[in-house]
Design a binder for this molecule. Structure first.
Ligand code: COA
Ligand code: MG
Length: 290
């Protein structure tokens, strides 16, 4: 199982030199370098060059580096890919994916270039068509992750903002299930009110409880909360350790089931407990390297 942390996934507009520089010192697990909606039409070309230059020279350490290009229904996508490919990005994030065909088309373009032989594809899940086709999109070639585009999705669904995100639950859960069926990373959408820490925490907790690996973020002030909420806390680590110990003891006595804190512990719970410990260890290793 891939235990690489994706608790915090920070968007940085490819046009903002200060943000690109600053990110090298930020405690973010992953970065989405954006050429799409955070970059104005008049800045597309300069942002593309700045980003390619930055990726070729700047050291972002162990942070996952994902580039969001413009969609192939625009005039910018081919040039985005051409220029960014030279920097050998580990992943390209494709916006507004509607079906597996969109991913297959990008995969063929990546196949055609030596620099992108290893590049994976992430998909923005943000259109009704994309949600309907989530299962086949997740199974498409080179796919490694889903990012929920909750702003675009709310616009397309014409639903209202609600703190509990009830109108988005179907889409969130459909994508989570599709991602898990293929072993993809799944990252939740952004929280727009970047000065509202309480609201951010609530939404992070909801995303975590649904099963997401982390949250996309728009501002450095959001990092600490996402990193905390999506990491196993001390109580979860302690429980996992006690479950493993109790189960080993039960096994030694020829039993297949143990009891911890009044709840049964079977082999499947041990798989989860080991995953919790592996995730905590991966987070510790990443933090030490930042
Ligand atoms: N990544 C890296 N650094 C960022 C950042 C980001 N997403 N957002 C802000 N910063 C930096 C600023 O450069 C500034 O650095 P400095 O003080 O060291 O010079 C610092 O954080 C504080 O920024 P602040 O003044 O509070 O924010 P702002 O008013 O300049 O910008 C936003 C606010 C929302 C416009 C900006 O955060 C942003 O552009 N976010 C990303 C939006 C995006 O990518 N959207 C697409 C996906 S939804
Ligand atoms: Mg979008």
């Amino acid at each position: 199982m891939d235990t690489r942390p994706f608790r915090s996934v920070l968007y940085i507009p490819g046009s903002k030199e200060r943000g690109l520089e600053k990110a090298r010192g930020l405690a973010t697990d992953a970065i989405i370098f954006d050429l799409e909606d955070a970059v104005a039409a008049g800045e597309k070309s300069s942002a593309r060059s700045l980003l390619a230059q930055t990726l070729a020279t700047a050291d972002y350490g162990p942070r996952a580096k994902i580039v969001r290009i413009n969609g192939f229904d625009t005039d910018w996508a081919e040039a985005d890919l051409e220029v960014i490919a030279a920097a050998r990005p580990e992943a390209i994030l494709l916006p507004k994916v509607g079906s597996a065909k969109d991913v297959e088309a990008l995969a063929r373009k990546l196949d055609a270039r030596a620099e992108t032989a290893e590049t994976r594809i992430w998909a923005m899940m943000e259109t009704p068509q994309g949600i309907i086709n989530a299962a086949t999109i997740a199974a498409a070639p080179r796919m490694a992750g889903f990012v929920m585009g909750t702003n675009d999705l709310a616009k397309e669904l014409s639903c209202r903002f609600r703190a509990d995100r009830l109108p988005l639950q179907h889409a969130l859960q459909t994508c989570l299930v599709a991602a898990r069926a293929q072993g993809l990373v799944a990252v939740d959408g952004v929280y727009n009110a970047f000065k509202d820490n309480e609201g951010l925490r609530d939404e992070c907790e909801q995303g975590r409880d649904l099963g997401f690996d982390g949250k996309t973020l728009i501002h450095p002030a959001q990092l600490a909360i996402a990193n905390e909420v999506f990491a196993p806390d001390a109580a979860a680590i302690d429980l996992a350790q006690r479950q493993i110990a109790a189960y080993q003891e039960a096994e030694a006595q020829g039993q297949g089931v143990a009891v911890v804190d009044g709840r049964i512990v079977e082999n499947l719970h041990i798989v989860t407990a080991r995953a919790v410990l592996a995730r905590a260890e991966a987070i510790r290793t990443l933090q030490e390297a930042l």
